[in-house]
Write a protein that binds this ligand. Structure first.
Ligand code: SF4
Length: 81
């Protein structure tokens, strides 16, 4: 199983696992989240990006974008958002 070197999450998750990861991250104390609009704008860019695989995983950073794009400090490694 491949895991992200930074956060430890598996890099390929099914929908249920993605939803669980999102829930865990959004409930964490001290985590600053992007607005829902910002998240949607970011994820729309990812959805069109050639680096997105499995509908969730950025091949440049290994992150699950449904999670990373929600973080206020989240960044696109290709500077697309
Ligand atoms: S974070 Fe950037 S490089 Fe990665 S999938 Fe999204 S737009 Fe593409």
């Amino acid at each position: 199983m491949r895991k992200c070197k930074r956060c430890g999450l598996k890099t390929v998750l099914n929908e249920e696992e993605i939803n669980k990861a999102v829930e865990q991250v959004t409930r964490m104390k001290g985590v600053r989240l992007a607005s829902e609009e910002e998240f949607k704008n970011r994820f729309a860019v990812c959805a069109e990006c050639e680096k997105l695989e499995y509908g969730s995983t950025c091949m440049l950073c290994g992150c699950i974008m449904q999670v990373r794009a929600r973080l206020a400090d989240g960044k696109c490694p290709a500077k697309k958002w």
